[in-house]
Design a protein around this ligand. Structure first.
Ligand code: AMP
Length: 120
């Protein structure tokens, strides 16, 4: 059976739960993460509640590309476009806790070297 319960992020998009909204358009919203893992930690969230990246269909390719573009835009707006990292956790085993696809945009504007030693 399909779970139709609105996700946490859908409830934020619908203004049922407060969040610091940094950007929004017809396809997505960008908020500050409530528990930041870096001085800049934004979440780029599609309005469409795709649970995991692996659940995206061919029809979702356009919105997936849009999310990437928006990530670059908000990084520029935050002044971190010279050094930021994008993370997508797919599945509980990879640390995903909110099953509504989102891109983490992570940066430390005061330390442009923090990502120089890649953990990938
Ligand atoms: P993930 O673990 O990849 O599913 O990421 C979920 C992220 O959502 C975590 O970094 C949480 O800190 C963040 N988060 C959870 N609840 C909220 C909220 N109410 N507002 C903003 N971010 C949230």
């Amino acid at each position: 059976m399909v779970d139709t319960t609105p996700t946490l992020f859908t409830r934020i998009i619908n203004r049922e739960i407060p969040a610091e909204i940094l950007y929004e358009d017809d396809q997505c919203i960008v908020i500050n993460d409530i528990a930041p893992q870096a001085p800049v930690h934004m979440l780029v969230i599609p309005r469409q509640p795709i649970p995991r990246l692996a659940d995206a269909s061919q029809a979702d390719r356009s919105v997936l590309g849009h999310l990437m573009w928006v990530a670059g835009e908000v990084a520029r707006q935050a002044g971190v476009d010279e050094a930021f990292r994008l993370v997508v956790n797919n599945g509980a085993g990879a640390g995903q806790t909110v099953f509504h696809l989102h891109l983490h945009v992570l940066a430390d504007p005061s330390d442009k070297t923090i990502f120089s030693e890649s953990t990938m």
